[in-house]
Ligand binder design. Structure first.
Ligand code: M6R
Length: 364
């Protein structure tokens, strides 16, 4: 049942290219985006002035990445909320809003309550869900399913990756609908999305090098993941993977925020992972990595092939294939999933069922 892998998590990490192909195959047909599963109002963002993305955990991190991409492509403001906050903060929803709820299980109590709050006020709702016929899928106005297949490991990998892909497809379609993306750009972006599964396969080939590196951090107490923009969204998910299955305290920081307090935590040898997939922000994040290094921090860089000057600052560098920067999360997350996995394995922990956690959080 684990397909020759020691743990479900590793099996599911390896299933990501296939899950991505299946999801892309559903929503991109004959080189065009196909959103026929949902109403044209939402597919074309007709009369929608503001988008809320509401979710928990990793699905929330998808929302953070999607925020940058949708705002960039479609020019519509996006606000991302934790479902547990959204449901109690009396959000000022309007009929011209769209509330998107993202959930693998479709049963997360806070996400379901957030959805109901929007449905009760007759606000347009869209769910991005993996489990067919789950509560969130049934109650949302419209649903886009991720085609990740069943996910068993508590730590999400392939569901997260397919959620991202749906957000890419929505952002590109909305960009075209709003006249902010040309036909030519639309086709270039579609090709780029279609090339991601093969690039995921290539990223997985670096597995052993990451295993070697991760095994050196089995005794780490703290880790930091830093980045700006989409790289900050990637940092959040990388950090959650690490703490969730490896029980290593880790934090994600917007790189520019470190010097406002957190940098005092850097000690000799503290691992800081600097994420650099956004060319317009490279230099800024590198300067933060230099600051950490000069305080004794051990630096891992995560960047795209070709960006070799990262090695001037990082002690260890992992490269991912080049893609459009908007889609880099899909590739950069793989080495970070592997890091979390291998630190957990080095510590002899129960990777698939970490302590205190459940796959589906059906109580608030
Ligand atoms: O089923 P959901 O996507 O609604 O679950 C949300 C979170 O509980 C989930 O993403 C959690 O953070 C994962 N265990 C992280 O790997």
């Amino acid at each position: 049942e684990k397909g020759g892998f020691e743990h479900f998590m590793m099996k599911e990490i390896h299933e990501q290219p296939k899950a991505a192909r299946d999801t892309i195959g559903h929503y991109i047909v004959d080189e065009a985006i196909n959103l026929s599963d949902i109403s044209t109002q939402i597919a074309q963002l007709d009369g929608i002035e503001q988008i809320y993305i509401v979710a928990c955990g990793s699905a929330y991190h998808v929302g953070i990445a999607a925020q940058y991409i949708i705002e960039d492509f479609a020019g519509v403001p996006v606000r991302v909320d934790l479902a547990s906050e959204f449901r109690y903060r009396k959000p000022l929803l309007k009929k011209s809003d769209l509330v998107i709820v993202i959930s693998q299980s479709g049963e997360t109590a806070d996400s379901l309550a957030a959805l109901r709050l929007a449905v009760d006020q007759e606000i347009p709702t869209l769910a991005i869900v993996n489990v067919l016929g789950s509560s969130i899928a049934r109650e949302a106005g419209d649903v886009l399913y991720t085609y990740a297949g069943p996910e068993i490991a508590v730590a999400t990998t392939k569901a997260y990756s397919t959620q991202l892909l749906i957000c890419y497809v929505l952002a590109v379609e909305w960009g075209l609908a709003k006249g902010r993306i040309s036909d030519e750009e639309y086709h270039r972006l579609i090709k780029e999305i279609e090339s991601l599964p093969a690039k995921m396969d290539r990223t997985l080939e670096d597995k052993e090098r990451i295993q070697w590196f991760a095994s050196k951090f089995a005794n780490a107490h703290d880790m930091f993941f830093i980045g700006r923009g989409i790289d900050y969204a990637i940092s959040m998910e990388g950090s959650l993977k690490m703490k969730e299955i490896s029980y290593v305290h880790s934090e994600a920081y917007a790189a520019g925020e470190l010097k406002h307090g957190t940098i005092s935590l850097i000690e000799d040898g503290t691992l800081t992972v600097g994420i650099l997939t956004q060319p317009d922000l490279y230099e800024k994040t590198i300067s933060n990595m230099v600051e950490v290094k000069s305080r004794g921090g051990y630096i891992m860089g995560l960047t795209s092939y070709g960006n070799y000057n990262v090695e001037d600052t990082a002690h260890f560098t992992v490269y991912i294939p080049k893609t459009d920067p908007h889609f880099a999360t899909s590739l950069a997350i793989i080495p970070l999933q592997l890091m979390g996995y291998y630190v957990s394995v080095s510590k002899g922990l129960d990777v698939d069922k970490p302590r205190n956690l459940a796959k589906s959080v059906t109580v608030e």
